[in-house]
Design a protein around this ligand. Structure first.
Ligand SMILES: [Zn+2]
Length: 410
């Protein structure tokens, strides 16, 4: 196999929030981007795989910073009932599809077994690079029996006091977690049948959240927090949590605190989109619908407030259940407020910064790992191309390895 791949005549979006450029050449070898130049240039390598990208866009691989490939059904108790082999095949299919959609990195937001990461790294299955939190932290008493998230034995860590939280983080890191997920607020779809908390109701003390952050940082990891209300988000910001997930009920004061502390915001617009809500209404029970009502209207306006205030906006689709192939819609929903370039930067460079790996990937720059995708057309003119990623993303490369190729080499 040829070691060098050269893309020519590409319309280039670097992910750096710089104007796109036509007629660009990108040279990849040894898994890295070796050169990027635009306009006429003599190509030195003759023994390379060449792709002419006229009419197509070359850009960084997409990153989704809030996913649940492990939640194959909408409700966890239904997921947990699936026979293990069926569960594994269904998760594998989602991961393979995500790569085909152009997602080269995923940050799991609860419950994906580290075996999937190992299977991808060993070449047994195809999938994006996975960053995992393995076992999320859920507030409760030591005597509580945790509800399983799947049939492979993954359960949340139940903890409450700072000491219990420290131990839970240590155990989670030892299971291979890259980051820690805490549920610092009530949920719309509760993962525990015994949980009566409503969205907006803070969970964990600031001291306990601080204990999570300190213990994670000892292992060069960080904490992401599920929360909705100003009170729970403020607790998380004060505790030093790196990213706020959802945040639908935040106010101006809280948003200003995020700006001051440099906290990332992952607004997760997909689950609160009209199309998803219509579908959810057909499936959810009354209790879940009541809780959805509390948060569903405010997601978009809060996101707009945060964006206008200058909060660092990362991108996560947070799709549960069988519709996970719709991840690309998150970019279209973001673009309604941030514009298409803003949405792309959010899902590439900003997400790479959030996960602490921006020095390795997230932009098309010399020296970065070659995580690249080719899109048929121009996503700045039609951001909905990502919603049709299976058809419109023609080529996917991770660390220089071709993962999908609907292009013909010259
Ligand atoms: Zn989530």
């Amino acid at each position: 196999m040829k070691n060098t791949t050269i893309f020519t005549r590409a319309y280039l979006i670097t992910g750096n929030d710089t104007p796109p450029k036509p007629d660009c050449t990108v040279v990849v070898s040894d898994g890295k981007i070796q050169d990027v130049f635009c306009g006429n240039h003599e190509l030195s390598s003759t023994d390379a795989m060449l792709f002419d990208l006229e009419g197509k866009t070359l850009m960084p691989g997409l990153i989704d910073a809030h996913v649940h490939p492990g939640n194959v059904e909408m409700y966890l108790h239904l997921t947990a009932k699936l026979p293990p082999a069926v569960y594994v095949h269904r998760v594998t299919r989602t991961l393979e599809t995500d790569l085909q959609l152009g997602f080269t990195t995923l940050r799991d937001a609860a419950g994906l077994d580290e075996g999937f990461r190992a299977a991808i790294n060993q070449g047994l299955i195809k999938g994006p690079r996975l960053l995992l939190c393995v076992t999320p932290l859920f507030q409760g008493q030591a005597s509580d029996t945790p509800d399983p998230r799947n049939s492979l034995g993954i359960c949340p860590e139940i903890c409450d006091s700072p000491d219990e939280v420290r131990q839970a983080v240590e155990r989670t890191i030892s299971r291979g977690a890259d980051h820690i997920k805490v549920f610092a607020d009530g949920e719309v779809i509760s993962q525990s049948k015994k949980d009566d908390a409503k969205p907006g109701q803070p969970k964990f003390s600031i001291e306990a959240l601080q204990a999570a952050v300190e213990t994670a940082e000892k292992h060069k990891a960080y904490v992401m927090a599920h929360c909705y209300s100003a009170a729970s988000v403020q607790n998380c910001i004060r505790a030093g949590i790196r990213s706020i997930e959802h945040g639908n009920l935040m106010d101006e004061e809280t948003i200003q605190m995020m700006v001051t502390h440099g906290t990332y915001y992952v607004p997760t617009l997909c689950p609160f989109d009209d199309k998803s809500i219509d579908k959810a209404k057909a499936h959810f029970d009354e209790r879940t619908l009541e809780k959805l009502e509390i948060v569903m209207q405010k997601g978009k306006t809060t996101f707009e407030m945060a964006y206008r205030a200058g909060v660092k906006i990362a991108s996560g689709s947070d799709i549960l259940g069988p519709d996970q192939y719709l991840k690309g819609r998150e970019l279209a929903l973001k673009a309604e407020i941030m514009g298409p370039m803003g949405a792309i930067v959010s899902a590439t460079r900003t997400n790479a910064e959030l996960i602490g790996l921006a020095d390795r990937f997230g932009t098309v720059d010399k020296g970065k790992l070659a995580d690249l995708i080719v899109v048929d057309g121009n996503p700045l003119e039609d951001i909905s191309l990502f919603e049709r990623g299976l058809e419109k993303v023609l080529f996917v490369m991770t660390e220089g390895r071709i993962q999908k190729n609907h292009l013909l080499p010259l």
